[in-house]
Write a protein that binds this ligand. Sequence first.
Ligand SMILES: [Zn+2]
Length: 159
Amino acid sequence: MNNLITLLILSLLPIFSSCQNNSDYLKNKDYKITRSNQEWREILTPLEYHVLRNAGTEKPYTGLYDKHYEKGVYSCKGCDEELYKSENKYNSNCGWPSFDNAIENKIEYGIDYKIGYPRIELKCKNCGSHLGHMFDDGPKDTTGKRHCINSIALNFKPI
Ligand SMILES: [Zn+2]
């Protein structure tokens, strides 16, 4: 019984630890790709830095990949890790690129309370860069999830 309780506590720890604010969250993680804030500023434009490293959001309907439906793979602007396939992209009309799923094991899921209520935050598991959020209004015939991703957080490679 004690073991069960220990297991339960251990399994809940990641949920509690993900409630920290963003900057602490990024600092405490051991990502494969780590850079100082100064190094990030050198390789990213100010808007890229704002979105990727400060969990900012680009204006809706302005991103390069909002209405982009070529065949290929979308990778992380911060580290070039492949994150999303074009076959999972769909038109949600929300103003940002939307995917019903990511490439397996590439995304880190957290919780952010930035706007007063909990939202599921999506980050690159390789470098910790903020990508966007996940919502439950995705296509019902597939996952039912909408990965709402900032265009500026992505690179695209056609296939
Ligand atoms: Zn990355």
